[in-house]
Design a protein around this ligand. Structure first.
Ligand SMILES: Cc1ncc(COP(=O)(O)O)c(C=O)c1O
Length: 395
């Protein structure tokens, strides 16, 4: 079976598939220094830890959360194995097999995998330029009674767009009217290229309806699996007992090293160092798209994050182009994999381009090749080669 991850990892490929940082821009040495600093009291750092996470780490996370206007005491935070575990625990805690949840359409593929594994049915809420369409969300609330609504309001994956402040306020008002729980994940906010990221939904929430998930995978250290969740106490308790059942607790060694990393102020320092480079990559892709794409192709202009969303001209489908692009050494994520439910909607005519992994030269070449593939596809007519993978372990 074809596998996008495998294709993307092949030597010489220009991999625009994965929303992940460039390994060359990960602060590996600084993190290892923190690990080595634990050596003096090595035994203390290889013990079990509370399922809620190391107290020292949670104390440091209080400050990190405060920077996003999220006020939480250390005992209101649950440290998770990446944001992914937070998503999984929230879903288990709030929904049962057969329940419905509302999600943005398109949405994060990992979330769709979690819902599928837990037998929970996603219902898509389309997006417009301002974010999730609230008229559509209200219809879903009234018709399907979703257990909650998942959203990535800031530098959304896969579209790269952000919800406007007005839409954020209206979403909170809608949630209050209907008692709707909103699960906000904020994993891209540190990669803000132009101005500070918009305020979190959690910071606008006065009624405790927003569950907040964040982590350091996208901007800092993907392999450390540093995620954290802030939720109202009864829900946090439930997540905690599910966590205990899942894996007892996280790795104290990594959590302590991360606490040390945070206490040295290395997150802010790292972001300052890498932002100009990711901004340059985003700009390179935008410039190359403008220069080479055939008429009728459109794309988003993300103000942050690691991806953008391209709409193909005419009735071309991204899946139809995947095989030829692959042969020419370029991989991307076809839009259809990010669709909830039966996949209706226009995402088939979209593709996601990620600009995290490669430097500007490769990105520029990748977009130019893709533009040629699109041009050929448009002139040959769609539907010739459907070689899009069945199972795509994308992030
Ligand atoms: C919106 C979103 N949430 C979660 C994740 C995964 O986060 P983590 O590596 O912390 O589990 C990703 C990765 O692409 C993502 O885009």
């Amino acid at each position: 079976m074809a596998d996008i991850h495998e294709h993307g990892g092949r030597a010489g490929m220009i991999n625009m598939t994965h929303s992940e940082p460039d390994p060359r821009l990960i602060p590996a040495d600084a993190f290892w220094d923190c690990l080595v600093s634990l050596r003096g009291d090595a035994t203390a750092h290889v013990q079990y830890v509370s399922p809620q996470g190391d107290a020292l780490l949670r104390a440091s996370l209080v400050d990190l959360l405060d920077e996003r206007g999220v006020s939480a005491a250390a005992d209101e935070i649950l440290v998770t194995q990446g944001v992914t575990q937070g998503l999984s625990l929230v879903t288990q805690a709030l929904a049962r097999h057969g329940d419905i949840v509302a999600v943005e359409q398109p949405t994060y593929l990992g979330l769709l995998h979690i819902l599928q594994a837990q037998g929970v049915r996603p219902v898509g809420v389309p997006l417009d330029e301002e974010g999730a369409r609230l008229d559509a969300l209200e219809r879903v609330i009234l018709h399907d009674r979703p257990r909650f609504f998942y959203t990535i309001p800031t530098f959304h994956n896969p579209t790269g767009r952000s919800m406007t402040l007005r839409r954020r306020r209206d979403l909170i008002a809608l949630a209050e009217r209907h008692g709707l729980i909103v699960v906000e994940y904020d994993i891209y906010h540190r990669l803000a290229f132009e101005k500070e990221a918009p305020p979190t939904l959690k910071s606008l929430d006065r009624r405790g309806l927003v569950i907040y998930l964040d982590g350091l995978s996208k901007a800092v250290l993907p392999g450390v699996r540093a995620g954290y969740a802030v939720a109202p106490q009864p829900l946090l308790d439930k997540m905690l007992s599910l966590r205990r059942a899942a894996d007892l607790c996280g790795p104290l060694t990594l959590q302590r090293a991360l606490a040390e990393f945070l206490s040295r102020g290395l997150v802010g320092e790292h972001i300052e160092r890498i932002l100009p480079e990711y901004r340059r990559r985003r700009d390179t892709v935008l410039k190359a798209l403008k220069k080479s794409m055939p008429a009728g192709t459109t794309w988003t202009r993300p103000e942050g994050g690691l991806c953008l969303w391209v709409r193909l001209p005419g009735n071309l489908s991204a899946g139809d182009l995947y095989g030829e692009a692959l042969e020419r050494g370029v991989v991307f994520a076809p839009g259809e994999v990010f669709l909830a439910g039966d996949g209706s909607g226009s995402a088939r005519s979209h593709l996601r381009l990620c600009f995290g992994r490669h430097g500007p030269e490769d990105l520029s070449e990748g977009v130019t090749i893709l533009a040629e593939v699109i041009r050929r596809g448009a002139s040959a007519g769609a539907g010739r080669r459907r070689t899009v993978p069945d199972h795509a372990p994308l992030v």
